[in-house]
Design a protein. Structure first.
Length: 522
């Protein structure tokens, strides 16, 4: 079962904004100190997905894992694929629980639709620390004390709370290791980067190609470095030196060998590529993980796959720009024009709030799914793995890149913000699996780029490289592969780690034998 009954005889350790309660005796499950990993996510879909996939991988090894975040989702609405509050599933040898942080300001769906990402970041930063401390106390009160905490980007306070309560912690970096290296060196040596006064300084970092300012992640550019997102990211990266013992990376060593080796030489933490972290059914686990299937989009899921089943092999142009990118009317019209001009069947993900931007003639051509199919959502991992897909037009978000590489699908990159410009550079110049679409997009340019990766003189070379990375990604997560070994090393570390509950119990045992002792020093 997923629950553990309460016991009595509490001893309190004072921690960050709250207490952490230990219990001595009366509960066999508690006295065995089962490892309990708490995953704390920023409420953005692209952040939730990889951390949730990590949770399933950890639980499958026999760990108890709890996933938490706030209910408010950056970008409006509710998070997809996150089960109801209090849900629990058996996953492999372990268990995966879902429980939201308490948020007294959460007024329901109406408020969710009104909050922009900036507002969500401010809100989460304000309410998160105290809510998390209370949450951790509640886990101990329920008989399942937290022994390890893992966070992702933009919730650095989770690491501070954990450290203040004596709980060891790690972070999951959900962008490439190369981008982590850029941020790490930027916060350590900002003078090596472009400034508003000198924007043309080339950036030369260990293990990375030379980069111009327009190729750098947004948060190191002068106009963004001092914003709330930049300040929060600075705290997250600073935790590498201050708080965490491990940095898990959603990448694989073979893909970023030089960047990983170079960053390892500059840090003392354990840097561990453990990816690709893929959606259920496309990673190395396979089978039924017991997690509830997503209710939202299930009908579109079936329709998208059925439509792909009817298309010739490697014929479909798949287009998706992520959950947060907002494309204007002119660019939407240009994408529509280019897709029609290719003469190829296309599957285009257009959010409901943007559907009115698609030209009526293109909507009409797609009625009956003849020229192409436009959908508000589709199961991207399944789509990219489908044999009918011939290329992927993407915003270059890292989750999408991992899925494309794992599926062996050539890419047309059209970056928008954040790490996407750096990712596009790596895709084209380092991984050599696609081409970059110039901005602003025109229908002619989109058609030309699609032709280059699907039928032009370069297409065979690009597809060969894409298939190479597909094999490397599969090998990395297979039993004994580089990512599999790194993940197992982390699991072993978690099992060896002593959370505050066990430290207090050991201190009590030592006190019985040798007199008073500070449990934090055990």
């Amino acid at each position: 079962t997923c629950g553990v009954s309460n016991t009595t005889n509490a001893t309190t350790l004072v921690g960050f904004r709250g207490k952490h309660t230990t219990r001595a005796g009366g509960n066999k499950a508690l006295r065995s100190m089962e490892p309990h990993v708490l995953l704390v996510s920023f409420p953005m879909q692209g952040h939730v997905n990889p951390l949730l996939r990590l949770g399933r991988r950890l639980a499958a090894t026999g760990l108890l894992v709890t996933f938490t975040t706030v209910r408010l989702a950056a970008g409006g609405g509710r998070l997809r694929d996150v089960p109801e509050d209090g849900a629990c599933a058996d996953v492999g040898l372990g268990r995966l629980r879902f429980e939201y942080l308490r948020d007294d300001d959460d007024d329901g769906d109406e408020r969710c639709q009104q909050l922009a990402p900036n507002d969500v970041l401010s809100h989460v930063t304000a309410v998160g620390p105290s809510a998390l401390a209370e949450f951790i106390d509640g886990q101990a009160d329920a008989g399942r004390p937290v022994t390890f905490v893992v966070n992702n980007i933009f919730v650095p306070w989770a690491l501070d709370v954990a450290a203040g309560m004596g709980i060891p912690c790690a972070m999951l970096w959900i962008q490439p290791c190369s981008v982590l290296s850029i941020y790490y060196h930027f916060y350590e040596s900002p003078e090596a980067f472009p400034t508003a006064a000198d924007p043309d300084v080339p950036v030369e970092l260990p293990g990375l190609p030379v980069m111009a300012m327009v190729e750098l992640p947004f948060m190191v550019r002068p106009e963004y470095a001092q914003c709330l997102w930049g300040d929060t990211l600075r705290a997250q990266v600073g935790a590498i030196k201050r708080t965490v013992s491990w940095v898990l990376v959603n990448s694989f060593y073979e893909l970023e060998r030089s960047a990983v080796d170079a960053l390892r030489a500059h840090t003392t933490v354990k840097l561990a590529p453990i990816g690709p972290l893929l959606e259920h059914g496309h990673d190395n686990g396979g089978g039924d993980d017991g997690a509830p299937a997503p209710a939202l989009g299930a009908e579109d899921n079936d329709r998208c796959v059925a439509w792909l089943d009817a298309q010739p092999p490697r014929s479909v142009v798949y287009v998706a720009f992520g959950s947060l990118v907002n494309i204007g009317r002119d660019e939407t019209a240009a994408v529509a024009e280019g897709l029609v001009a290719t003469g190829r069947p296309f599957l285009w993900v257009v959010r409901d709030d943007s559907r009115d931007l698609v030209p009526e003639a293109v909507l009409a051509a797609c009625r009956g799914d003849k020229a192409g199919k436009i959908t508000a959502w589709c199961p991207q991992g399944r789509v990219l793995a489908h044999g009918a897909v011939g290329c992927f037009v993407t915003h270059c978000g890292w989750n999408s890149i991992m899925e494309a590489l794992a599926a062996g699908v050539p890419v047309v990159g059209y970056p928008w913000w954040s790490d996407q410009f750096a990712n596009a550079k790596f895709l084209v110049e380092d991984y050599k699996v696609g081409v970059r679409l110039p901005a602003p997009v025109t229908g002619g340019e989109l058609r030309a780029c699609v032709d280059r990766v699907m039928s032009g003189p370069e297409a065979a070379v690009i597809r060969k490289r894409a298939m190479h990375w597909k094999r490397e990604a599969a090998a990395a997560v297979a039993d004994g592969g580089s990512s599999d070994r790194s993940l197992q090393d982390f699991v072993d570390h978690v099992r060896r780690s002593k959370g505050p509950e066990e430290l207090a119990r050991l201190a009590q045992d030592i006190q019985i034998m040798n007199g008073p002792v500070n449990p934090v020093l055990v």
